[in-house]
Write a new protein. Structure first.
Length: 518
Protein backbone atom coordinates (compact mmCIF):
# COMPACT_ATOMS: atom_id res chain seq x y z
CA UNK A 1 0.00 0.00 0.00
CA UNK A 2 1.34 3.42 -0.93
CA UNK A 3 1.38 6.33 1.50
CA UNK A 4 0.43 8.49 -1.47
CA UNK A 5 -2.82 6.66 -2.19
CA UNK A 6 -6.40 7.57 -1.38
CA UNK A 7 -6.88 4.04 -0.02
CA UNK A 8 -4.21 4.72 2.60
CA UNK A 9 -5.20 8.33 3.37
CA UNK A 10 -8.96 7.88 3.59
CA UNK A 11 -9.31 4.36 4.95
CA UNK A 12 -6.26 2.61 6.37
CA UNK A 13 -4.71 5.50 8.32
CA UNK A 14 -7.93 6.82 9.97
CA UNK A 15 -9.03 3.32 11.01
CA UNK A 16 -5.59 2.37 12.37
CA UNK A 17 -5.27 5.62 14.33
CA UNK A 18 -8.80 5.36 15.70
CA UNK A 19 -8.27 1.76 16.83
CA UNK A 20 -4.96 2.63 18.47
CA UNK A 21 -6.33 5.51 20.54
CA UNK A 22 -9.60 3.76 21.38
CA UNK A 23 -7.65 0.84 22.84
CA UNK A 24 -5.57 3.30 24.86
CA UNK A 25 -8.69 5.15 26.03
CA UNK A 26 -10.25 1.95 27.36
CA UNK A 27 -7.04 0.87 29.07
CA UNK A 28 -6.26 -2.03 26.72
CA UNK A 29 -2.56 -1.23 26.47
CA UNK A 30 -1.63 -4.87 25.98
CA UNK A 31 -3.71 -4.94 22.82
CA UNK A 32 -2.47 -1.82 21.07
CA UNK A 33 0.71 -3.48 19.84
CA UNK A 34 -1.18 -6.50 18.54
CA UNK A 35 -3.34 -3.94 16.74
CA UNK A 36 -0.28 -2.27 15.21
CA UNK A 37 1.24 -5.61 14.16
CA UNK A 38 -2.04 -6.70 12.57
CA UNK A 39 -2.47 -3.37 10.78
CA UNK A 40 1.14 -3.49 9.54
CA UNK A 41 0.64 -7.00 8.14
CA UNK A 42 -2.47 -5.81 6.30
CA UNK A 43 -0.52 -2.78 5.03
CA UNK A 44 2.17 -5.13 3.68
CA UNK A 45 -0.26 -7.75 2.35
CA UNK A 46 -2.20 -5.25 0.23
CA UNK A 47 0.99 -4.65 -1.75
CA UNK A 48 2.53 -8.11 -1.83
CA UNK A 49 0.32 -10.89 -0.36
CA UNK A 50 2.51 -13.92 -1.22
CA UNK A 51 5.46 -12.61 0.75
CA UNK A 52 3.70 -11.99 4.06
CA UNK A 53 4.70 -15.53 5.03
CA UNK A 54 8.37 -14.76 4.23
CA UNK A 55 8.24 -11.63 6.39
CA UNK A 56 6.64 -13.52 9.29
CA UNK A 57 9.06 -16.47 9.02
CA UNK A 58 12.02 -14.09 8.89
CA UNK A 59 10.76 -12.27 11.97
CA UNK A 60 10.03 -15.46 13.96
CA UNK A 61 13.32 -17.08 12.97
CA UNK A 62 15.45 -14.06 13.86
CA UNK A 63 13.69 -13.64 17.20
CA UNK A 64 14.28 -17.31 18.10
CA UNK A 65 17.93 -17.07 17.06
CA UNK A 66 18.41 -13.87 19.06
CA UNK A 67 17.06 -15.63 22.16
CA UNK A 68 19.51 -18.45 21.56
CA UNK A 69 22.44 -16.04 21.13
CA UNK A 70 21.48 -14.25 24.34
CA UNK A 71 21.29 -17.55 26.25
CA UNK A 72 24.65 -18.81 24.95
CA UNK A 73 26.64 -15.57 25.18
CA UNK A 74 27.56 -15.71 28.90
CA UNK A 75 28.23 -19.48 29.07
CA UNK A 76 29.42 -20.49 25.59
CA UNK A 77 30.68 -17.38 23.73
CA UNK A 78 31.98 -19.39 20.78
CA UNK A 79 28.59 -21.05 20.29
CA UNK A 80 26.91 -17.65 20.51
CA UNK A 81 29.26 -16.32 17.83
CA UNK A 82 28.52 -19.33 15.63
CA UNK A 83 24.78 -18.70 16.03
CA UNK A 84 25.32 -15.05 15.10
CA UNK A 85 27.29 -15.98 11.97
CA UNK A 86 24.56 -18.46 11.04
CA UNK A 87 21.87 -15.79 11.46
CA UNK A 88 23.76 -13.23 9.40
CA UNK A 89 24.49 -15.82 6.71
CA UNK A 90 20.84 -16.89 6.44
CA UNK A 91 19.57 -13.30 6.33
CA UNK A 92 22.13 -12.22 3.76
CA UNK A 93 21.64 -15.47 1.83
CA UNK A 94 17.90 -14.83 1.48
CA UNK A 95 18.60 -11.27 0.39
CA UNK A 96 21.14 -12.46 -2.18
CA UNK A 97 18.75 -15.10 -3.53
CA UNK A 98 15.76 -12.83 -3.98
CA UNK A 99 17.64 -9.73 -5.05
CA UNK A 100 20.80 -10.89 -6.80
CA UNK A 101 20.43 -14.51 -7.98
CA UNK A 102 19.61 -13.61 -11.59
CA UNK A 103 22.25 -10.86 -11.64
CA UNK A 104 25.03 -13.22 -10.55
CA UNK A 105 23.72 -15.95 -12.85
CA UNK A 106 23.95 -13.55 -15.79
CA UNK A 107 27.56 -12.79 -14.86
CA UNK A 108 28.34 -16.51 -14.63
CA UNK A 109 26.74 -17.18 -18.01
CA UNK A 110 28.72 -14.39 -19.66
CA UNK A 111 32.04 -15.50 -18.12
CA UNK A 112 31.61 -19.27 -18.47
CA UNK A 113 29.65 -19.15 -21.73
CA UNK A 114 26.80 -21.11 -20.17
CA UNK A 115 23.06 -20.74 -20.51
CA UNK A 116 21.74 -21.44 -17.03
CA UNK A 117 18.38 -19.94 -16.11
CA UNK A 118 16.23 -19.48 -13.02
CA UNK A 119 12.51 -19.03 -12.78
CA UNK A 120 11.46 -15.40 -12.51
CA UNK A 121 12.11 -14.18 -8.96
CA UNK A 122 9.87 -11.37 -7.74
CA UNK A 123 11.65 -9.12 -5.24
CA UNK A 124 9.77 -9.17 -1.92
CA UNK A 125 8.81 -5.67 -0.88
CA UNK A 126 11.00 -4.17 1.87
CA UNK A 127 13.30 -7.21 2.14
CA UNK A 128 16.41 -5.00 2.08
CA UNK A 129 15.14 -2.90 4.97
CA UNK A 130 13.77 -5.53 7.31
CA UNK A 131 16.80 -7.75 6.64
CA UNK A 132 19.31 -5.06 7.63
CA UNK A 133 17.21 -4.11 10.64
CA UNK A 134 17.18 -7.69 11.91
CA UNK A 135 20.88 -8.27 11.18
CA UNK A 136 21.65 -5.20 13.31
CA UNK A 137 19.44 -6.61 16.06
CA UNK A 138 21.30 -9.95 16.07
CA UNK A 139 24.67 -8.18 16.24
CA UNK A 140 23.48 -5.89 19.04
CA UNK A 141 22.23 -8.90 21.04
CA UNK A 142 25.55 -10.70 20.49
CA UNK A 143 27.42 -7.62 21.72
CA UNK A 144 25.18 -7.35 24.78
CA UNK A 145 23.89 -3.94 23.75
CA UNK A 146 20.22 -5.00 23.89
CA UNK A 147 18.16 -7.71 25.55
CA UNK A 148 15.49 -9.72 23.81
CA UNK A 149 11.84 -9.52 24.78
CA UNK A 150 8.66 -11.26 23.71
CA UNK A 151 7.91 -12.08 20.09
CA UNK A 152 4.97 -9.63 20.15
CA UNK A 153 7.26 -6.75 21.13
CA UNK A 154 9.88 -7.78 18.61
CA UNK A 155 7.24 -7.95 15.89
CA UNK A 156 6.15 -4.40 16.70
CA UNK A 157 9.75 -3.26 16.26
CA UNK A 158 10.26 -5.06 12.94
CA UNK A 159 7.03 -4.41 11.05
CA UNK A 160 5.73 -1.07 12.37
CA UNK A 161 4.25 0.12 9.08
CA UNK A 162 5.58 3.72 8.86
CA UNK A 163 9.18 2.48 8.60
CA UNK A 164 8.62 -1.03 7.24
CA UNK A 165 8.84 -0.45 3.50
CA UNK A 166 11.73 1.99 2.99
CA UNK A 167 13.12 2.87 6.40
CA UNK A 168 14.47 4.57 8.34
CA UNK A 169 16.45 1.54 9.52
CA UNK A 170 15.87 1.69 13.27
CA UNK A 171 17.63 0.14 16.26
CA UNK A 172 15.80 -1.88 18.86
CA UNK A 173 17.20 0.14 21.75
CA UNK A 174 15.93 3.46 20.35
CA UNK A 175 12.41 2.24 19.58
CA UNK A 176 11.36 -0.14 22.37
CA UNK A 177 11.31 2.45 25.19
CA UNK A 178 8.91 4.49 23.08
CA UNK A 179 6.59 1.59 22.26
CA UNK A 180 6.44 0.13 25.73
CA UNK A 181 7.46 2.96 28.07
CA UNK A 182 5.14 4.85 30.40
CA UNK A 183 4.85 7.78 27.99
CA UNK A 184 3.17 5.64 25.30
CA UNK A 185 -0.06 7.28 24.23
CA UNK A 186 0.53 10.57 26.06
CA UNK A 187 0.14 13.97 24.37
CA UNK A 188 -2.08 12.38 21.72
CA UNK A 189 -3.51 15.60 20.28
CA UNK A 190 -0.09 17.28 20.04
CA UNK A 191 1.50 14.23 18.45
CA UNK A 192 -1.30 13.88 15.90
CA UNK A 193 -1.02 17.58 15.02
CA UNK A 194 2.77 17.52 14.62
CA UNK A 195 2.65 14.23 12.76
CA UNK A 196 -0.04 15.46 10.37
CA UNK A 197 1.97 18.58 9.50
CA UNK A 198 5.13 16.58 8.79
CA UNK A 199 3.16 14.02 6.79
CA UNK A 200 1.45 16.77 4.74
CA UNK A 201 4.82 18.29 3.81
CA UNK A 202 6.15 14.90 2.77
CA UNK A 203 3.05 14.16 0.68
CA UNK A 204 3.41 17.53 -1.08
CA UNK A 205 7.07 16.84 -1.82
CA UNK A 206 6.24 13.48 -3.36
CA UNK A 207 3.11 14.16 -5.40
CA UNK A 208 3.58 17.81 -6.36
CA UNK A 209 7.36 18.21 -6.76
CA UNK A 210 8.95 14.77 -7.25
CA UNK A 211 6.31 13.34 -9.55
CA UNK A 212 6.25 16.55 -11.61
CA UNK A 213 10.03 16.42 -12.00
CA UNK A 214 9.75 12.79 -13.11
CA UNK A 215 7.54 13.93 -15.99
CA UNK A 216 10.50 15.87 -17.41
CA UNK A 217 13.36 13.44 -16.66
CA UNK A 218 11.80 10.06 -17.50
CA UNK A 219 11.24 10.67 -21.26
CA UNK A 220 14.86 11.71 -21.71
CA UNK A 221 16.26 8.66 -19.91
CA UNK A 222 13.86 6.50 -21.94
CA UNK A 223 15.13 8.12 -25.14
CA UNK A 224 18.73 7.45 -24.05
CA UNK A 225 17.84 3.79 -23.47
CA UNK A 226 16.54 3.33 -27.00
CA UNK A 227 19.55 5.04 -28.57
CA UNK A 228 18.24 8.53 -29.31
CA UNK A 229 20.71 11.40 -29.58
CA UNK A 230 20.82 13.42 -26.33
CA UNK A 231 21.71 17.08 -26.69
CA UNK A 232 23.01 19.63 -24.20
CA UNK A 233 19.61 20.90 -23.09
CA UNK A 234 18.13 17.42 -22.75
CA UNK A 235 21.17 16.14 -20.85
CA UNK A 236 21.07 18.86 -18.20
CA UNK A 237 17.26 18.75 -18.07
CA UNK A 238 17.44 15.02 -17.33
CA UNK A 239 20.04 15.28 -14.58
CA UNK A 240 18.59 18.32 -12.80
CA UNK A 241 15.02 17.06 -12.96
CA UNK A 242 15.97 13.57 -11.84
CA UNK A 243 18.05 14.96 -8.97
CA UNK A 244 15.06 17.05 -7.88
CA UNK A 245 12.81 14.00 -8.27
CA UNK A 246 15.12 11.76 -6.23
CA UNK A 247 15.69 14.41 -3.57
CA UNK A 248 12.04 15.24 -2.95
CA UNK A 249 10.88 11.65 -3.44
CA UNK A 250 13.15 10.32 -0.70
CA UNK A 251 12.90 13.33 1.61
CA UNK A 252 9.14 13.22 1.08
CA UNK A 253 9.01 9.54 2.03
CA UNK A 254 11.22 10.19 5.06
CA UNK A 255 8.90 13.01 6.18
CA UNK A 256 5.82 10.86 5.71
CA UNK A 257 7.34 8.00 7.73
CA UNK A 258 8.34 10.39 10.53
CA UNK A 259 4.91 12.06 10.48
CA UNK A 260 3.00 8.77 10.53
CA UNK A 261 5.05 7.40 13.42
CA UNK A 262 4.59 10.66 15.34
CA UNK A 263 0.80 10.32 15.05
CA UNK A 264 1.22 7.19 17.18
CA UNK A 265 3.56 8.98 19.59
CA UNK A 266 6.74 7.43 18.15
CA UNK A 267 9.75 9.59 17.23
CA UNK A 268 11.86 8.03 14.48
CA UNK A 269 15.58 8.64 13.90
CA UNK A 270 16.63 11.26 11.42
CA UNK A 271 17.10 9.98 7.88
CA UNK A 272 17.52 13.06 5.68
CA UNK A 273 18.97 16.49 6.44
CA UNK A 274 19.47 18.81 3.44
CA UNK A 275 22.33 16.79 1.87
CA UNK A 276 22.55 19.08 -1.18
CA UNK A 277 23.53 21.92 1.14
CA UNK A 278 26.70 19.97 1.95
CA UNK A 279 30.09 21.46 1.14
CA UNK A 280 31.79 18.08 0.70
CA UNK A 281 30.83 14.62 -0.46
CA UNK A 282 31.65 13.26 3.00
CA UNK A 283 29.16 15.67 4.54
CA UNK A 284 26.66 14.80 1.81
CA UNK A 285 26.76 11.17 2.87
CA UNK A 286 26.40 12.08 6.54
CA UNK A 287 23.02 13.59 5.61
CA UNK A 288 21.58 11.34 2.87
CA UNK A 289 19.81 8.15 3.99
CA UNK A 290 21.42 8.64 7.35
CA UNK A 291 20.25 5.40 8.95
CA UNK A 292 21.61 3.32 6.05
CA UNK A 293 24.96 5.08 6.39
CA UNK A 294 24.84 4.46 10.14
CA UNK A 295 24.35 0.74 9.45
CA UNK A 296 27.12 0.59 6.84
CA UNK A 297 29.61 2.42 9.07
CA UNK A 298 28.83 0.36 12.19
CA UNK A 299 28.46 -3.10 10.66
CA UNK A 300 30.54 -3.00 7.46
CA UNK A 301 33.05 -0.12 7.33
CA UNK A 302 34.39 -0.25 10.89
CA UNK A 303 34.78 -4.05 11.00
CA UNK A 304 36.85 -3.75 7.80
CA UNK A 305 38.85 -0.68 8.88
CA UNK A 306 40.05 -1.91 12.28
CA UNK A 307 41.94 -5.04 11.14
CA UNK A 308 43.33 -3.20 8.10
CA UNK A 309 44.60 -0.37 10.32
CA UNK A 310 46.32 -2.92 12.58
CA UNK A 311 47.78 -4.62 9.50
CA UNK A 312 49.14 -1.30 8.21
CA UNK A 313 50.81 -0.71 11.58
CA UNK A 314 52.30 -4.21 11.65
CA UNK A 315 53.70 -3.82 8.15
CA UNK A 316 55.16 -0.42 9.01
CA UNK A 317 53.47 1.27 6.08
CA UNK A 318 54.02 4.95 5.49
CA UNK A 319 51.31 7.59 5.88
CA UNK A 320 49.87 7.37 2.40
CA UNK A 321 50.33 3.61 1.98
CA UNK A 322 48.51 3.14 5.26
CA UNK A 323 45.87 5.58 4.10
CA UNK A 324 45.32 3.54 0.94
CA UNK A 325 44.99 0.27 2.85
CA UNK A 326 43.00 1.41 5.90
CA UNK A 327 40.86 4.18 4.37
CA UNK A 328 40.60 3.94 0.57
CA UNK A 329 40.08 0.15 0.40
CA UNK A 330 37.31 -0.09 3.04
CA UNK A 331 35.68 3.05 1.62
CA UNK A 332 35.53 1.53 -1.86
CA UNK A 333 34.25 -1.82 -0.55
CA UNK A 334 31.57 -0.12 1.56
CA UNK A 335 30.28 1.96 -1.34
CA UNK A 336 30.29 -0.98 -3.74
CA UNK A 337 28.19 -2.89 -1.18
CA UNK A 338 25.96 0.18 -0.85
CA UNK A 339 25.59 0.29 -4.62
CA UNK A 340 24.64 -3.39 -4.78
CA UNK A 341 22.20 -2.90 -1.91
CA UNK A 342 20.38 -0.33 -4.07
CA UNK A 343 19.95 -2.77 -6.94
CA UNK A 344 21.24 -5.78 -8.85
CA UNK A 345 22.69 -3.97 -11.87
CA UNK A 346 26.07 -2.76 -13.07
CA UNK A 347 24.79 0.81 -13.00
CA UNK A 348 24.41 0.60 -9.21
CA UNK A 349 27.85 -0.98 -8.83
CA UNK A 350 29.42 1.81 -10.89
CA UNK A 351 27.41 4.43 -8.99
CA UNK A 352 28.79 3.01 -5.74
CA UNK A 353 32.31 3.04 -7.16
CA UNK A 354 31.92 6.66 -8.24
CA UNK A 355 30.90 7.73 -4.75
CA UNK A 356 33.64 5.57 -3.24
CA UNK A 357 36.19 7.45 -5.36
CA UNK A 358 34.58 10.77 -4.43
CA UNK A 359 34.80 10.05 -0.71
CA UNK A 360 38.34 8.66 -0.93
CA UNK A 361 39.51 11.78 -2.78
CA UNK A 362 37.71 13.97 -0.26
CA UNK A 363 39.41 12.10 2.63
CA UNK A 364 42.79 12.49 0.90
CA UNK A 365 42.21 16.22 0.43
CA UNK A 366 41.26 16.65 4.09
CA UNK A 367 44.41 14.82 5.20
CA UNK A 368 46.61 16.68 2.75
CA UNK A 369 45.24 20.12 3.65
CA UNK A 370 44.85 19.59 7.39
CA UNK A 371 47.76 21.77 8.49
CA UNK A 372 47.03 24.46 5.92
CA UNK A 373 43.38 24.64 7.03
CA UNK A 374 44.45 25.18 10.63
CA UNK A 375 46.61 28.14 9.65
CA UNK A 376 44.12 29.67 7.19
CA UNK A 377 40.52 28.38 7.05
CA UNK A 378 38.94 28.29 3.58
CA UNK A 379 37.73 31.65 2.31
CA UNK A 380 34.26 32.37 0.98
CA UNK A 381 35.36 31.68 -2.59
CA UNK A 382 36.81 28.31 -1.57
CA UNK A 383 33.60 27.36 0.24
CA UNK A 384 31.48 28.24 -2.80
CA UNK A 385 33.82 26.18 -5.00
CA UNK A 386 33.48 23.19 -2.64
CA UNK A 387 29.67 23.42 -2.83
CA UNK A 388 29.74 23.56 -6.63
CA UNK A 389 32.14 20.60 -6.90
CA UNK A 390 29.98 18.55 -4.52
CA UNK A 391 26.81 19.35 -6.44
CA UNK A 392 28.39 18.49 -9.80
CA UNK A 393 29.77 15.22 -8.41
CA UNK A 394 26.31 14.22 -7.17
CA UNK A 395 24.65 15.25 -10.45
CA UNK A 396 26.99 13.15 -12.59
CA UNK A 397 26.65 10.12 -10.30
CA UNK A 398 22.85 10.45 -10.31
CA UNK A 399 22.89 9.84 -14.07
CA UNK A 400 24.39 6.40 -13.48
CA UNK A 401 21.97 5.80 -10.60
CA UNK A 402 18.95 6.49 -12.81
CA UNK A 403 20.05 5.07 -16.15
CA UNK A 404 18.71 1.69 -17.23
CA UNK A 405 22.12 0.68 -18.53
CA UNK A 406 25.69 1.92 -18.74
CA UNK A 407 25.16 2.89 -22.37
CA UNK A 408 22.21 5.07 -21.41
CA UNK A 409 24.30 6.83 -18.77
CA UNK A 410 27.07 7.46 -21.28
CA UNK A 411 24.52 8.93 -23.71
CA UNK A 412 23.21 11.38 -21.10
CA UNK A 413 26.74 12.32 -19.98
CA UNK A 414 27.65 12.86 -23.61
CA UNK A 415 24.70 15.20 -24.02
CA UNK A 416 25.69 17.15 -20.91
CA UNK A 417 29.13 17.73 -22.42
CA UNK A 418 27.93 18.89 -25.85
CA UNK A 419 29.53 22.33 -25.50
CA UNK A 420 29.08 22.91 -29.22
CA UNK A 421 25.37 23.37 -28.43
CA UNK A 422 25.75 26.22 -25.93
CA UNK A 423 23.68 28.45 -28.19
CA UNK A 424 20.71 26.11 -27.64
CA UNK A 425 20.54 26.90 -23.91
CA UNK A 426 17.97 29.53 -24.79
CA UNK A 427 15.55 26.64 -25.33
CA UNK A 428 15.45 26.28 -21.54
CA UNK A 429 13.63 29.60 -21.20
CA UNK A 430 9.81 29.51 -21.48
CA UNK A 431 8.47 32.13 -23.88
CA UNK A 432 4.77 31.85 -23.04
CA UNK A 433 2.50 30.88 -20.16
CA UNK A 434 1.94 27.48 -21.75
CA UNK A 435 5.69 26.87 -21.90
CA UNK A 436 6.02 27.66 -18.20
CA UNK A 437 4.24 24.34 -17.60
CA UNK A 438 5.73 22.42 -20.51
CA UNK A 439 9.38 23.40 -19.94
CA UNK A 440 11.33 22.45 -16.82
CA UNK A 441 13.18 25.72 -16.06
CA UNK A 442 10.65 27.05 -13.53
CA UNK A 443 10.50 23.70 -11.75
CA UNK A 444 14.30 23.47 -11.62
CA UNK A 445 14.64 27.01 -10.24
CA UNK A 446 11.94 26.50 -7.61
CA UNK A 447 13.21 23.05 -6.65
CA UNK A 448 16.84 24.13 -6.27
CA UNK A 449 15.79 27.28 -4.37
CA UNK A 450 13.79 25.18 -1.91
CA UNK A 451 16.79 22.90 -1.46
CA UNK A 452 19.37 25.68 -1.10
CA UNK A 453 17.64 28.44 0.85
CA UNK A 454 14.56 27.24 2.73
CA UNK A 455 14.34 25.23 5.96
CA UNK A 456 13.91 21.50 5.67
CA UNK A 457 11.00 19.83 7.43
CA UNK A 458 12.91 19.20 10.67
CA UNK A 459 14.03 22.82 10.81
CA UNK A 460 10.50 23.99 10.13
CA UNK A 461 9.21 21.83 13.02
CA UNK A 462 12.17 22.44 15.31
CA UNK A 463 9.97 23.50 18.27
CA UNK A 464 8.54 19.97 18.49
CA UNK A 465 11.62 17.70 18.45
CA UNK A 466 10.66 16.16 15.11
CA UNK A 467 13.26 13.36 15.12
CA UNK A 468 15.59 11.59 17.52
CA UNK A 469 18.94 13.32 18.17
CA UNK A 470 17.56 16.60 16.86
CA UNK A 471 19.63 18.50 19.42
CA UNK A 472 22.74 17.21 17.65
CA UNK A 473 21.58 18.22 14.17
CA UNK A 474 19.45 21.33 14.54
CA UNK A 475 22.36 23.73 13.99
CA UNK A 476 23.74 21.85 10.98
CA UNK A 477 23.06 23.39 7.55
CA UNK A 478 20.97 26.34 8.79
CA UNK A 479 18.65 27.76 6.12
CA UNK A 480 19.14 31.17 4.55
CA UNK A 481 15.41 31.86 4.96
CA UNK A 482 14.35 30.99 8.48
CA UNK A 483 10.76 29.83 9.08
CA UNK A 484 9.29 28.00 12.08
CA UNK A 485 5.89 26.32 12.17
CA UNK A 486 3.56 27.42 14.96
CA UNK A 487 -0.05 26.49 15.79
CA UNK A 488 -1.50 29.71 14.39
CA UNK A 489 -4.32 30.34 11.93
CA UNK A 490 -1.91 31.32 9.15
CA UNK A 491 0.16 28.17 9.54
CA UNK A 492 -2.99 26.03 9.85
CA UNK A 493 -4.30 27.41 6.55
CA UNK A 494 -0.92 26.90 4.89
CA UNK A 495 -0.75 23.31 6.18
CA UNK A 496 -4.27 22.62 4.96
CA UNK A 497 -3.39 23.95 1.51
CA UNK A 498 -0.24 21.82 1.34
CA UNK A 499 -2.20 18.72 2.39
CA UNK A 500 -4.97 19.47 -0.09
CA UNK A 501 -2.55 19.94 -2.99
CA UNK A 502 -0.62 16.81 -2.04
CA UNK A 503 -3.89 14.84 -2.02
CA UNK A 504 -5.29 16.36 -5.22
CA UNK A 505 -2.10 15.62 -7.13
CA UNK A 506 -2.58 11.93 -6.34
CA UNK A 507 -5.38 12.02 -8.92
CA UNK A 508 -2.74 12.43 -11.66
CA UNK A 509 -1.79 8.83 -10.91
CA UNK A 510 0.00 7.05 -8.08
CA UNK A 511 3.68 6.32 -8.40
CA UNK A 512 5.95 4.25 -6.20
CA UNK A 513 8.61 5.86 -4.07
CA UNK A 514 12.00 5.30 -5.68
CA UNK A 515 13.36 3.59 -2.56
CA UNK A 516 10.47 1.10 -2.56
CA UNK A 517 12.39 -0.63 -5.35
CA UNK A 518 15.43 -1.26 -3.16
Amino acid sequence: MLFNSLQFLLLFLPVTLAGFYLLLHFGKRDWIYAWLVGASLIFYAVWNPPYVALLVLSMVGNHALARQIERLRPVRPSAASAALYLGVAVNVGLLIYYKYANFFLDITNSVADTDWTLHKIILPLAISFYTLQQVAFLVDVARGDVKTTSLARYATFVIFFPQLIAGPIVHYREMMPQFFGRAAGRFASANIMVGLVIFAIGLFKKTVIADTAAGFSTPIFTAARIGADIGLVDGWTAVFCYTIQLYFDFSGYSDMAVGLARMFGIILPMNFHSPLRAGSIIDYWRRWHMTLQRFIVAYIFQPIVLPLARLAAQWGLGKWQGFALATVLPTMLSFIISGLWHGAAWTFVLWGMMHGVYVAVNEFWRQYRRKARRKAPPGRGDVVLYYVITLLAVLFANVMFRAEGVGSALAVWGGMLRLDQLASLGDFVPMSLAEVFSKPLVLIVIGMALIAFFPNTQQLMTRYRPVLEWDVWKRVAPPVISLTWRPTLVWAVATGLVLMLGTVFILRGQSEFIYFNF
